[in-house]
Design a protein. Structure first.
Length: 143
């Protein structure tokens, strides 16, 4: 983890998972693409408060205070979900985290992934999600 609160390598080149772990912040995957920017991600809005977010949809034992969100371009969702949902199931099982992938909002090109669990589960899930994107894209894009 680097000092910018990002997860994964190559973050200053505009790619990878971003955002804080375990503080309800919002990061992004592959951010800066198409914007001419150099990436760099950090905390965003708190969407897990009393008036929004997924706090009412979490299973027992998953405290919304122990969750984080990342955004992904919607064209990467297939790389994370996998054929028949197999890849996301494997990530859930290996990390022990509860993971949801929201449908994109109308007019949006991004989808929000919410990860909840203990800090170790969240970190492992972020790592496995990043690996899925890397494996699926075979170096075609800088994530």
């Amino acid at each position: 983890m680097n000092s910018g609160g990002n997860f994964g390598g190559g973050m200053n080149q505009g790619g990878g998972f971003g955002g804080p772990i375990n503080n309800n912040g919002m990061g992004s995957v592959g951010g800066g693409m198409g914007s001419g920017g150099a990436g760099g991600f950090g905390p965003g809005p708190n969407n897990n408060g009393p008036n929004g977010g997924n706090s009412g949809n979490l299973p027992n034992g998953h405290d919304p205070k122990n969750s984080t969100q990342v955004t992904i371009p919607k064209d990467l969702a297939g790389a994370i979900i996998g054929k028949g949902g197999g890849r996301i199931r494997r990530i859930r099982n290996e990390s022990g985290a509860y993971i949801t992938i929201d449908e994109p909002l109308p007019g949006s090109t991004d989808r929000i992934i919410t990860i909840s669990g203990n800090p170790k589960q969240i970190q492992m899930a972020q790592y496995l999600l990043q690996q899925s994107v890397h494996e699926n894209n075979n170096g075609r894009r800088n994530f």
